[in-house]
Design a protein around this ligand. Structure first.
Ligand code: N0T
Length: 537
């Protein structure tokens, strides 16, 4: 018996990120896994708070819960660790049939030290704060504090060691976020003695090799010589990323789970300019992803937290964070209904996962960042979409890795959008009735109900040369021949509506024809799944 269980243990592969031609999949139990995630509220990381979390996870049809583990709760007294909450969390996640992404709230949570233990928070001598340019102390712990780093690393390693002990056989925990929305508000870097000394050092070769200066500078030398007006921010990004690297590396040496950082964004649409107080300096903003890659090779992904709902901003951010060297992963986005349509865009783009934030029935509303609501009606816009994707979570991850997917979310301009899916194009249009075409002179009251705010979207998977799976809502789709099919005549061979069963097998419910295809494929309010086959003749 002992032998059997040892074998079973060794046979559960550890989660890992794989890459193929610049596209990614998160492997869980050795197979691609699309994370249909939700994140709990910040203060729900206690056993007594979990029932209200699981209820929302269930309504969301999520397969993964992201939830904090706070340094203050695992090491309230220095050197004495308490993993009671972690044990409860992991056991309950298994009972609820979901995976976990743990968020390490250590030295920095939204840049601040609030989740450090009291023995850290109030000992400025041992755990120094940064100094601003004016010499005044910042609220933010310095990334150059050696004792802070050693203490955080020690606690994180203890957590990873404990996870290995309790979870190696089951792999309920699939990823770990190291710190939360790091960087610093109010000062661009640490101007204390350590900061000044480090700032005068030459830029490390690994950084030089990856990060080109936005304005011409010296090929090597000090931060100022190479990066000119960007030197302070880039130096701080390097200091914070190096600190995180040290923690992640030590943690992975003990238990090698994929690890990531999340970012409170800078505006992706305004022209790049040196820091002027408008975002957290030193965080993994899009312009310093190269510095994070150079300084923190044990961090797999820098992910954007989407809290600006404007479609132009969301699209620009997704484009900046999805790179051949950076898997697309959205660790947080607002839980307001306006964000739900972005799930199609994000998963269609081949992201490894996404998680609306604050999906939790604790009586706390995230408005105006998120929804005004705190009940089922807050969860539902995400839950209906996740329910459609859920049986496909494995298959979708495989299709994404193979580059077979695409996604569209209705824009704030309500205009049609097109995508090329190899030899077929598809155009999505919005606010259309299911039959016929609206006149150009349509007034607001002429539009279909439920379309006052943008909420349409569709995700596509090209499962054969002429065959597609589409999941979508509030959208009209029109296919057209392109590439090798360019100029050919074509018809639908088959437009099946149905669903995937729990084993991921297609269950056809009806075949769309006649009115249901003559005016485009009109996906209704509820997320709908089609299996489409086109043919040329
Ligand atoms: C997020 C969450 C939580 C355009 C806010 C968002 C979470 C943290 N921070 O509920 O605190 O732990 O990661 C920052 C949003 C910045 C405002 C952007 C407005």
């Amino acid at each position: 018996l002992a032998l059997t269980s040892t074998c079973a243990l060794a046979a559960t592969p550890i989660p890992r990120l794989v890459q193929h031609d610049g596209r990614y999949a998160l492997l869980v139990d050795g197979k691609p896994f699309t994370m249909l995630g939700v994140q709990a509220h910040n203060s729900s990381n206690y056993p007594g708070a979990l029932p209200k979390v699981w209820a929302a996870v269930k309504d969301a049809h999520a397969n993964t819960l992201e939830i904090p583990v706070a340094w203050e709760q695992i090491e309230p007294v220095e050197g004495k660790f308490d993993f009671g909450y972690v044990d409860t969390l992991v056991a309950e996640a298994r009972r609820n049939g979901v995976r976990l992404v743990l968020l390490w709230f250590g030295t920095w949570k939204n840049t601040g030290p609030a989740y450090t233990p009291e023995w850290v928070k109030f000992d400025d001598g041992r755990f120094p704060r940064m100094l601003g340019r004016d010499g005044k102390a910042s609220y933010c712990l310095s990334p150059l504090g050696e004792q802070t780093l050693a203490a955080d690393r020690k606690a994180f390693v203890a957590l990873m060691r404990h996870l290995k002990q309790i979870d190696e056989a089951q792999r309920t925990v699939i990823m770990v976020q190291v710190e939360n929305e790091v960087g610093t508000y109010g000062t661009v870097r640490d101007f204390g003695p350590r900061g000044e000394a480090a700032f005068r050092q030459p830029v490390p070769a690994a950084v030089l090799a990856r990060k080109k200066p936005p304005v011409p500078g010296a090929a090597n030398g000090t931060w100022s010589e190479v990066y000119g007006p960007y030197a302070d921010e880039y130096f701080h990004a390097w200091a914070v990323a190096s600190y995180i690297e040290d923690i992640a590396k030590a943690g992975r040496a003990v238990y090698d789970l994929p690890m990531f950082v999340n970012n409170a964004l800078r505006d992706p649409l305004e022209p790049l300019a040196p820091w002027k107080g408008n975002f957290a300096s030193g965080g993994p903003t899009y312009d310093v992803i190269d510095i994070y890659k150079a300084a923190a090779p044990h961090i797999d992904i820098a992910g954007p937290d989407l809290y600006a709902p404007q479609s132009a901003s969301v699209v620009a951010t997704l484009d900046k964070f999805q790179r051949p060297d950076n898997a697309l992963f959205v660790p947080e986005m607002g839980n307001a209904a306006a964000y739900a349509r972005y799930v199609y865009r994000i998963l269609g783009s081949g992201a490894i996962g996404v998680a609306p934030f604050g999906i939790d029935y604790a009586d706390y509303s995230n408005y105006p960042l998120g929804s005004k609501r705190t009940d089922k009606t807050m969860v539902e816009p995400f839950g209906t979409i996740y329910a459609a994707f859920a049986p496909l979570a494995r298959q979708w991850g495989q299709w994404a890795l193979e580059g077979r997917t695409a996604g569209i979310a209705e824009g704030d301009d309500r205009k049609p959008q097109s995508r090329a899916l190899k030899d077929w194009g598809v155009t999505a249009s919005f606010r259309e009735w299911q039959f016929g075409t609206m006149g150009a002179d349509a007034k607001e009251e002429d539009y279909p109900p439920g379309t006052t705010a943008p909420n349409g979207g569709a995700a596509f998977a090209r499962i054969g040369d002429d065959e597609f799976i589409v999941i979508g809502q509030h959208v009209r789709l029109q296919f057209w021949p392109t590439g090798a099919n360019d100029g050919k005549r074509f018809m639908f061979a088959r437009v099946e509506e149905g669903r995937f069963d729990a084993q991921g097998r297609w269950q056809m419910e009806r075949n769309w024809n006649g009115d249901q295809v003559d005016h485009g494929l009109n996906l209704p309010t509820q997320p709908t799944i089609l299996k489409i086959r086109l043919r040329t003749y």
